[in-house]
Design a protein around this ligand. Structure first.
Ligand SMILES: Cc1cc2nc3c(=O)[nH]c(=O)nc-3n(C[C@H](O)[C@H](O)[C@H](O)COP(=O)(O)OP(=O)(O)OC[C@H]3O[C@@H](n4cnc5c(N)ncnc54)[C@H](O)[C@@H]3O)c2cc1C
Ligand code: FES
Ligand code: FES
Length: 485
């Protein structure tokens, strides 16, 4: 087997790795191998942000731009850094001078015990590198995945806002040099190595991926690893054969045409969020509440569907919109509706050696409105107890088209067909909504778990139908709803 190592920049140092366990997390690598202990471990599950580091890469849209992305080192495998630059808290200070962001935290008393501080500073660093003039809401959105138990968030937010525009730092001065180095690192064959009984492969093309998967159908497909890494950090298991999807060119593309948006299965949320929310404004809040910035910078649509969780946030919305997927096995492809992908709990129609290539989302249909409601215990960075997706067309107060789908109400994300029938081709009245609410018990038998009880889930799902009715019929509330021309 030809070995092609993982190569990345640790600040400005070239790191070459091929004799490592592919299950080694970036946090373990930093603290145990590099002895760079500024990056902290709080939860090891992507929830607290203490381990936040920044990854620099060449922009997908401009080959002369660099993107600065905050990620959780605890749920990132070090192998996925190939072709990128890694910046940790140790790299911000220049000689004896603090970086402007660090100084702003000091000026605003933005740190007490300091355990969370490196993570907050790195999240703010990424924000300022991508956004010269962040507003308060940008800061809040970017910090929703960083938890602090002692300082209080006001001082931290003040610190984040104080940093001056157009940061002039060493990273800016080294821009061209870094860009050239990253281009060099990306050249060469796809990363491949074996250590002991573990194999790792990061194909660059879909053809390579398809061939490898046919030869090794027992491989684990890994995209952002925001779900998979928990098997390693929480369940202490490991993957023997890993195929990483993040370098596959065809899977990391977004294409837009007049009537559809095609999202490659390995595109992270933060890259497709804007295009989706422009078409369907309700995706804005849904995606902003899906994990936190660090999770959305890595997590993908293919991973959300591929994970087949009954509480994944995206499938109910994709189901009501009639989204489809292209699945590929070898050189053969087939089209499957998202609605038909899920068979039973965590079981899907995906065949051995098959993978999700892309997701095709139709653009808004004339006269239709999409409403998405996520109910979770915490507003930010929390998994849904119930998720409702409603796609409806109203003409002269009649329901002339309707699709309802729910997450968290059954073993799979699923349509509420009995309730739909009660509403279709009827007057859009409170009375008919009550009838549709009653039909939800024939559509779903939800489970009780740590997030919610059976009764709570059913009551909430029913109430969300009524909430939608009030929002669409009350003129004042209705101003918040987007109508498609
Ligand atoms: C702190 C935290 C908060 C989270 N909050 C939310 C939330 O609010 N809502 C929510 O829905 N999810 C949430 N998640 C779960 C997760 O982030 C999402 O499901 C994400 O979309 C997974 O994508 P990924 O690329 O990281 O998947 P991975 O972890 O890489 O993969 C997940 C599964 O999908 C399979 N897979 C990946 N790509 C493909 C493909 N192309 N073809 C076939 N199979 C594939 C993998 O083999 C694996 O079984 C959260 C996770 C964390 C850690
Ligand atoms: S240690 Fe908590 S998010 Fe990584
Ligand atoms: S300063 Fe102590 S946890 Fe934030």
């Amino acid at each position: 087997m030809m070995v092609s190592p993982v190569r990345f920049l640790f600040n400005n140092d070239l790191i070459t790795l091929s004799d490592i366990d592919p299950n080694l997390t970036l946090l373990q690598y930093l603290r145990d191998v590099q002895l760079a202990t500024g990056t902290k471990e709080g939860c090891a599950s992507g929830d607290c942000g203490a381990c936040t580091v920044v990854v620099v890469d060449i922009s997908e849209t401009s080959s002369t731009e660099l993107t600065y992305t905050s990620i959780n080192a605890c749920i990132t495998f070090v192998t996925s850094l190939h072709g990128k630059q890694l910046i940790t808290i140790e790299h911000l200070k220049e000689a004896e001078k603090l970086h402007q962001i660090q100084q702003s935290f000091v000026n605003n008393h933005g740190s007490q015990c300091g355990f969370c501080t490196p993570g907050f500073v790195m999240s703010c660093f990424a924000l300022h590198k991508n956004n010269a003039e962040p507003r308060r809401e940008d800061v809040v959105e970017n910090l929703s995945g960083n938890l602090c138990r002692c300082t209080g968030y006001r001082a931290i937010i003040d610190g984040a806002l104080e940093t001056t525009k157009n940061l002039d730092d060493v990273f800016r001065r080294n821009h061209t040099q870094t860009l050239d180095k990253l281009k060099g690192l990306k050249e060469g064959p796809s990363v491949r190595f074996e250590t002991g009984d573990k194999k790792y492969f990061a194909p660059k093309s879909i053809a390579e991926l398809a061939v490898e998967l046919l030869a090794n159908p027992d491989s684990t497909l890994m995209a952002g690893a925001t779900d998979l890494a928990l098997n390693v950090t929480q369940n202490f298991t490991s993957f023997k054969k890993t195929i990483y999807l993040g370098d596959v060119k065809e899977l990391t593309k977004i294409t837009e045409s007049l009537d559809q948006i095609i999202i490659g299965s390995a595109v992270p949320y933060s890259q497709f969020q804007a295009i989706l929310e422009k078409e369907y404004p309700d995706f804005k809040e849904l995606i902003e509440r899906l994990g936190a910035k660090q999770v959305r910078n890595k997590g993908t649509l293919g991973g959300n569907i591929g994970n087949a969780s009954p509480i994944g946030d995206m499938p109910p919305a994709l189901i009501v919109l009639g989204a489809k997927m292209i699945l590929q096995r070898g050189s053969e492809t087939r089209t499957v509706k998202v609605e038909e992908y899920f068979i039973s709990y965590k079981k899907t129609v995906l065949r051995e050696a098959e993978f999700i290539k892309e997701i095709i989302i139709p653009k808004a249909k004339s006269g239709h409105q999409l409403k998405l409601y996520k109910i979770s215990k915490r507003f930010d960075d929390d998994i849904s107890a119930v998720l409702a997706a409603i796609y409806i067309r109203l003409e002269d107060d009649q329901v002339t088209a309707i699709r309802l789908a729910f997450g968290g109400m059954a073993a799979t994300p699923k349509r509420a067909s009995h309730s739909e029938q009660v509403l279709l081709n009827k007057a859009f009245t409170e009375q008919n909504i009550v009838l549709a609410q009653q039909q939800l018990v024939n559509d779903f038998q939800p489970l009780s778990d740590v997030r919610a009880s059976v009764d709570y889930r059913m009551r909430v799902a029913q109430n969300l139908l009524m909430k939608c009715y009030f929002e669409l019929t009350d003129n004042e509330l209705n101003t918040r709803v987007t109508h498609y021309a």
